[in-house]
Design a binder for this molecule. Sequence first.
Ligand code: CP
Length: 306
Amino acid sequence: MLKGKDIISALDLTHEDIMDLIDLAEILRGKPMYDIAKDRILATAFFEPSTRTRLSFTFAMTRLGGTVIDMGPEQVTSRVKGETFQDTMRMIDGYCPDLIVIRHPVPGSAAEAARIADAPVVNAGDGTNEHPTQALTDLYTIWREYHGLDGLTIAIVGDLRYGRTPSSLSYAISKFQGNKIIYVSPRQLRIRREVLEKIKGKVEYEEIEGLDEMREPIHVIYMTRVQRERFEDPREYERLKGSYILTREVVDGLKGNPIVMHPLPRIIEIPEELDGHPRSRYFQQAQNGMYIRMAIITRVLDLRPP
Ligand code: CP
């Protein structure tokens, strides 16, 4: 189980871990406040912007009765004086938090933080690499819809090269049986080969470029934004940013009546006209992130849930 463990990659989560967290999230959402994390401290260290992940961890710990200490924006830390990432992590860990949640633009940085810190470390996004708690949020949202995580077809659409949620979602869903992923992206933004290597033989997949090439019914269409901040050439971003725009007409034309998901923030790929669509789930998905993070904190800190 997850007691005292780092959560760095969705690959490290077992089928049993995932189902236990989903079951617990479902219980914990039944009450707004608990006091099971009294006297426990969560430290958040975000070296990249975040709305959902940082705030949902903060709300989650607060709802469990614990305390959150946030590092604040990097510009107000001694990083601007030249302090290394390693020393910053050593300092945060030295103040004895019970758990550290970290986001950083460099792939592998969460694993590096975990090597430095005695406290368990949760990866809240390390560059283009992974975002395992988003994958748990995604699976929880899918499970709430379909009451299971086997035998599903999921289309993951957009920037699959620079996005970290497609890789973590692929790893997480590969722990279940009979699923298929349809990767939909422009040629320049295809899913990274290393991701395909890791899921080979565990989940069926295919790659296509156009939504109109999708012939089979799907359960989920998972949109992602084109990640402007990862492009070296801004003109390339401008060329690709509007590759997929999910209008009401496009959604209604998809076979299988899929739910629409997105890790958010959305830019132009999901217009506001879709917000009231009966199959849109992206705002519920963001809210589910708080409940699944309550479950993660509960398990890693070995709290006593009701
Ligand atoms: N989904 C997600 O990671 O959102 P934030 O970047 O706002 O945390």
